[in-house]
Design a protein around this ligand. Structure first.
Ligand code: HAM
Length: 421
């Protein structure tokens, strides 16, 4: 029996890689336009970073991390998300000394040991953006707009923006107290996980999808009623900028998201096409994280999106993308005796910047033509016994089936001229 890919992971096969290039190019193009610079952090970090960054009692930290010791026994974790690593890199590389706001983006694999289902994987790819060093609500909106522009350029339709404010440390503490008071005499009706959450992280109860918990949550007090003046003003300004830009959004006062670092704005972009895992992206402000990870108090805001989920929606909405370019030339030889000449010409074509390939086994000309056709070569260059003795080869346009003899020394010229159309 052959070995399969680990549960929750998948191969991206050659027919699909052009899709990934295409999407990543659009992400890079648009984010560069918005002034973001790309950062690449390692795929694993010391576990402590995520425990401190994401929050000890979150589902990600308690249940979903791939954690293992290194050879000296230090605990490492495959990154479940990109924000804590970016903040770590920001501090470690002294980007905090910059007088400018730091605007970074990343594209890469993340790892969460979740129960796999449609749109939920154990290794998945995110593109993410982080703006560190400003508390301006305009930036919260810029982050949303940049994400929307990427989705739009890719052709994604029918996306909804859900937005909330989870307040700051001070006003959230008052709200959490109110929430606990409200739930106290209903605790017996909560699921076992929420009973646990009630003690450790009551805000997380709002995120529970179980029916009984949902019933209780529906009538629970909402956080936006408890925001302090500063948080209230910030939220008002974010909504007002969105209104000015005519960006439709829904205020969802029970949106808390699965990471503990959020303050003030938190938002999700959802698609009806994704079923239960409907978030195509999410983000928000995290004004305390830099300090929690050892830096000076520094406000920040960011967003991340799941690329696999974007592809699922693109497939469902039947959105196309540029196909693989295909090979320029397939080199075919009539006789094995000419394989050295064929190989030399193959290299000559490649050195001229064209893509070319040949068959390295002793296949018949007919089989070689079949391969050329299958891989979508534009031309086949046929090296025949007689022609090559005259320093000539035959070029065949695979689409029009037109053929022409050309001099080897003139080959590149002819190809560049596109003499066969
Ligand atoms: P998140 O909501 O945990 O936020 O993940 C962002 C997006 O990653 C989700 O909306 C979803 O599209 C995708 N995603 C998450 N888990 C999976 C999975 N198991 N399989 C497939 N896709 C998944 C964050 O990660 C934050 N770091 C976002 C952020 C950046 N906040 C501030 N800055």
């Amino acid at each position: 029996m052959f070995i399969k890919v680990p549960k929750g992971t998948q191969d991206i096969l050659p027919e699909d890689t052009p899709k990934w290039y295409y999407i990543k190019n659009i992400i890079r193009e648009i984010l560069t336009k918005y002034g973001y610079q790309e950062i690449r952090t390692p795929s694993f970090e010391y576990t402590e970073l995520f425990v401190r960054g994401i929050g000890e009692s979150t589902d990600i930290v308690t249940k979903e991390m791939f954690t293992f010791p290194d050879r000296k026994g230090r605990s490492l974790t495959l990154r479940p998300e990109g924000t804590a690593p970016v903040v770590r890199a920001y501090l470690e590389n002294k980007m905090d000394r910059s007088s400018q706001v730091v605007k970074l983006f990343y594209i890469g694999p993340m790892f969460r040991c979740e129960k796999p289902q449609a749109g939920r994987f154990r290794q998945f790819n995110q593109f993410g953006i982080e703006v560190i060093g400003t508390k301006s609500p305009v930036v919260d909106v810029e982050v949303i707009i940049a994400a929307l522009e990427i989705y739009k350029k890719l052709g994604l339709k029918n996306l909804e923006i859900l937005i909330n404010s989870v307040g700051c440390k001070r006003c959230r503490a008052i709200y959490v107290q109110k929430l606990k008071e409200f739930i106290k005499d209903k605790k017996d009706f909560l699921c076992s996980e929420c009973v646990n959450r009630y003690e450790k992280n009551p805000l997380r109860i709002l995120d529970c999808k179980k029916d009984n918990c949902q019933k209780i949550i529906k009538t629970a007090p909402i956080i936006t009623d408890y925001l302090c003046q500063e948080c209230k003003q910030h939220f008002k300004e974010v909504k007002s900028y969105l209104n000015d830009l005519k960006i439709k959004y829904y205020v969802e006062p029970r949106l808390v998201r699965g990471l503990d670092y959020y303050t003030k704005t938190s938002f999700e972009i959802v698609s009806g096409e994704l079923g239960a895992q409907n978030a195509i992206g999410g983000g928000g402000r995290y004004d305390d994280l830099v300090e929690e990870l050892g830096g000076k108090p520094t406000p920040a805001v960011g967003f991340a999106a799941g690329i696999e989920r974007m592809i699922i929606v693109m497939n469902q909405q039947k959105i196309g993308w540029p196909k693989n370019k295909g090979l320029d030339i397939f080199v075919a030889k009539v006789s094995e005796r000419n394989k050295n000449i064929a190989f030399k010409l193959l290299q000559k074509i490649r050195n001229a910047g064209l893509s070319a390939d040949m068959d390295y086994s002793a296949k018949s000309l007919k089989s070689q033509m079949r391969i050329a056709h299958k891989i979508g070569a534009k031309y086949t260059m046929i090296i025949g016994e007689e022609e090559i003795s005259k320093n000539m080869v035959t070029l065949r346009n695979m689409k029009t089936k037109e053929q022409k003899e050309v001099e080897v020394d003139n080959l590149i010229n002819e190809l560049e001229k596109g003499s066969l159309g």
